[in-house]
Write a protein that binds this ligand. Structure first.
Ligand code: HEM
Length: 259
């Protein structure tokens, strides 16, 4: 294990342990309350706020996040990701801290889902299912953009890492060729790779990739968790260490594509 991985593992277990202890003191969720919550899928109303992220939108469409998508605290985001997909608190914290930088709520510790549309914080060019900000709408699902990406998955029951890496890389090349103001900083490129890792990890086989194609489609196309199609919240917590391992694999596969 490298020194960096050791440091991340230590941070992960310390943060996750401390978070769980604090959460049980602050929220004291009773089993009755948890059972009463209605997590059925409901598409957003015209006034509900949504983001360029299919997963946070799905969490709101299932009421893990507030259905109106408004005034979301970091604690709520962490709880929602844990309840919906068993994502480790430290993994959510990293992207959640970035999300707070987009906030327009007037409070530094909350944000609205549509605040995430702000270009250049997390939102970047060459999204897998959204147009670039140059074309006017960087947040709504774009069937045209998604078709150029999802064509790579046709005929596949599962999406291997190299196919996901190729789909992402071609999308970047396409955006470069068509957007006169294309810009993807190294930081945003890392986020772009991370987003590919996230769908591979949540719907796949640990750090091996192989995400179920039908589940990935449901997430992107309907912003719904694919429970009806057999998806189950993982019993094992989805960790930051695993995500970073997958990140390395997707990056390596992208470099292979360049050759
Ligand atoms: C919990 C905190 C999270 C926040 C605040 C967040 C935020 C965002 C934002 C702002 C984007 C837009 C980036 C862009 O394409 O320009 C994005 C994209 C994305 N997010 Fe999340 N995200 C979170 C968690 C997750 C998780 C757990 C998944 C797991 C599947 C996920 C999957 C994705 C995917 C696949 C994209 C790419 C969408 C596309 O390129 O069309 N996100 N996220």
């Amino acid at each position: 294990m490298s020194l960096a991985t050791k440091a991340i593992t230590t941070f992960s277990s310390l943060f996750t342990g401390t978070y769980s202890a604090l959460e049980s003191i602050i929220s004291r969720p009773s089993p009755e309350n948890t059972q009463q919550e209605d997590h059925t899928f409901q598409p957003p109303s015209a006034t509900d706020k949504r983001s360029p992220c299919p997963m946070v939108n799905a969490l709101a469409n299932h009421n893990y996040l507030p259905r109106d998508g408004a005034n979301i605290s970091l604690l709520k985001l962490i709880q929602a990701a844990k309840a919906g997909i068993n994502l480790a608190p430290d993994a959510t914290l990293i992207v959640g801290l970035k999300a707070l930088q987009t906030s327009t709520t007037g409070g530094w510790f909350t944000f609205n889902l549509d605040d995430l549309n702000k270009h250049g914080i997390i939102e970047h060019d060459a999204s897998l299912s959204r147009k670039d900000v140059f074309f006017g709408d960087n947040h709504s699902f774009s069937p045209e953009v998604w078709a150029t990406v999802s064509k790579h998955f046709q005929g596949l029951e599962k999406i291997p890492i190299d196919v996901a890496a190729k789909a992402r890389k071609e999308r970047v090349e396409n955006a470069k060729a068509t957007n006169p103001e294309f810009n993807l900083t190294p930081d945003h490129e890392r986020f772009s790779v991370l987003e590919t890792c996230l769908y591979l990890y949540v719907f796949g086989e640990g750090t091996e990739g192989n995400a179920r194609t039908d589940w990935v489609r449901v997430l992107f196309e309907q912003e719904r968790l694919p429970f009806r199609e057999g998806f189950k919240r993982s019993d094992k917590m989805l960790t930051l260490v695993d995500i970073l391992e997958l990140h390395k694999k997707v990056e390596a596969a992208s470099l292979e594509q360049k050759k």
